[in-house]
Design a protein around this ligand. Structure first.
Ligand SMILES: [Zn+2]
Length: 556
């Protein structure tokens, strides 16, 4: 008997590799990947997932291997183990030309994934999972069509932003958001953490930022300027432990988290917590529409002048650029932020800072005089440059909205261009790196239909999936030798009118799916009609995973 054992083991091994679908003819629609890959050679045959499949990955791909095992178990109830010489082989082979390039070879009996970096291997796994399907025509087998894929992104910065200040979103929601980003190979999460209407991150040195600044006494109802105040206390914040959890969750998915700490404007919540940050600490907070909650009116009557804003818009009360105390506050906050976020870039806002208070503040005017500045725009530039020097001294870089160009751009700053692309073009011409995020193509708080009466309340505008899809961050007019300054693009979700997770998903999907292709795929491989066909597959994923989404593009 014993002499048959090797033969029996061999038979067992052979049968575990052999599958009855080795000659299966695949349909073109079986290769529905978004973002579209750069090159795909379909073949005949299917790879079949089962508990017999084993993974062979080196130690430096331990996290990626764990992710694959977990997702197969969670979504398809398949438990794969690890074994040297297993059917799934993954490895890193450095490639200096594009750190995110990968090759994925799928055969009926094995899969080989080679990436230029761990991140690239992870993107290859996303492609593999998008190709994986449970096929009811094949007795519910969990299969992957075979073929060879060679892929890499056009842009290295592919971002999604989330405003958690106008409305607060749970850690659990942020993790789902990161999951969908990862599925589409979007590699940067821009977390907008401070605003007039709420400060959302624990800063140990300044507990009042969250004791006071994370809560507002009401919120306007209806579109700005609003119908009334809802008189409901609203707020929330992330503890530093929760922030670490999100950053680690993102890192496991090869997503970089860029925190945004707004300055010098959009700072009402911080000023409510620490009024001395204002040019005029004893002047009461002004509201744009006179619709302040009764609770806040009572607080002001009792002598607490500064309140967290309850309406939307831009407010005159900003950080004083004259007082030294403002800069020590900003530096102390940023020190804790830089300890929490490993990203090289720190977003410092810089947008929509009215200059009225600075004009009548003797501290600010003295600063202008002492520093030989021309006007309040140069004072803003002084503010940003000083913050930049501090951030640079810690080995990091700043990025800000395109208003930071006004009065002179800080020497090493990157620019996020939102008021169209002109700011980005100017910055690139000056030799600064740029992320394009124009309202015209990237503002997911815009309406998805012109039939506004049948849409949930939104800020305005009209941004259908097709227009998002057509986005290209590279300006045609930019000189060839400046094109490398355009890092990529980003879509933003501002949440004045987005109070629930359901509605956030409705505004995000499928526009987020569309921008992933706009930023990853070569123009030559982009085709909106073909995208719509592949989107049907991704729609099935939204349904399977329980994400809400807008249906307009499916109804055309
Ligand atoms: Zn001042």
């Amino acid at each position: 008997m014993y002499r048959y054992i090797p033969f029996l083991l061999g038979l067992l091994f052979w049968s575990s590799c052999y599958n009855e679908y080795a000659q299966y003819s695949n349909n073109p629609t079986d290769y529905a990947i978004i973002p579209q890959v750069q090159s795909l050679e379909p073949m005949d045959g299917l790879f079949v997932w089962s508990d017999q499949v084993k993974l062979d990955a080196p130690a430096d791909l331990k996290e990626e291997a764990a992710w694959l095992s977990a997702i197969l178990e969670e979504q398809y109830d398949v438990a794969i183990g690890q074994r040297s010489g297993g059917q799934i082989q993954m490895r890193v082979e450095a490639d200096s030309s594009n750190q995110e390039s990968y090759t994925l070879d799928i055969h009926p009996d094995k899969i080989l994934l080679v990436g230029a970096s761990e991140r690239a291997v992870f993107w290859g796994l996303q492609t593999l999972m998008q190709l994986t399907r449970k096929d009811t025509d094949l007795d519910g087998a969990i299969v992957v069509p075979t073929g060879r894929i060679v892929d890499e992104p056009v842009y290295g910065y592919r971002g999604m932003h989330l405003d958690v200040c106008r409305h607060f979103f749970s850690v659990d929601f942020i993790k789902r958001y990161l999951d969908v980003m990862a599925m589409h190979k979007i590699n940067t999460f821009h977390w907008h953490l401070t605003e007039d209407q709420g400060w959302r991150i624990e800063i140990k040195r300044y507990p009042e930022l969250t004791n006071v600044g994370a809560w507002r006494n009401g919120t306007i109802v209806g579109h700005y300027p609003g119908e009334r105040n809802d008189e409901e206390r609203y707020g929330g914040f992330y503890t530093q432990e929760e922030v670490k959890e999100v950053v680690a969750y993102a890192a496991d998915r090869h997503i970089t988290v860029i925190p945004e700490i707004e300055l010098p404007g959009h700072s009402s919540a911080a000023i409510a917590a620490y009024p001395s940050l204002s040019c005029f600490p004893s002047e009461p907070t002004q509201v744009n529409n006179g619709m302040m909650s009764e609770a806040s009116v009572a607080l002001q009557a009792a002598g607490q002048e500064k309140i967290v804003q309850e309406t939307w818009g831009v407010f005159d009360d900003v950080y004083c650029a004259g007082k030294e105390g403002t800069f020590s506050f900003v530096e102390n906050v940023l020190t804790e932020i830089m300890d929490l976020f490993p990203a090289e870039l720190i977003h410092i806002g810089g947008d929509e800072c009215p200059k009225g208070n600075w004009k009548r503040c003797h501290h600010c005017q003295k600063r202008i005089q002492d520093e030989g500045l021309k006007d309040e725009h140069e004072l803003q530039s002084y503010f940003i440059t000083r913050v930049e020097q501090f951030v640079n001294s810690k080995g990091k870089q700043i990025i800000g909205w395109d208003e930071i160009l006004e009065g002179g751009l800080a020497p090493n700053a990157s620019v996020m261009s939102w008021r169209g692309t002109q700011g980005g073009i100017e910055a690139a011409e000056q030799g600064h790196t740029v992320v394009m995020s124009p309202t015209s193509h990237c503002y997911f708080d815009y309406y998805q239909s012109e039939d506004r009466a049948n849409e949930p309340l939104a800020i305005g505008g009209f941004l259908p999936v097709e227009k998002v899809y057509a986005f290209d961050p590279m300006p045609e007019s930019l000189a060839a030798d400046k094109k490398n300054y355009i890092l990529g693009g980003q879509a933003n979700l501002w949440t004045e009118y987005i109070g629930t997770e359901e509605q956030a998903w409705y505004m995000l999907l499928p526009r987020m799916t569309a921008i992933s292709e706009a930023l990853w795929t070569n123009t030559a491989n982009k085709d909106f009609e073909d995208f719509k066909v592949r989107l049907q597959d991704v729609r099935a994923d939204y349904d399977r995973l329980g994400y809400n989404y807008a249906k307009h593009v499916f109804e055309e």
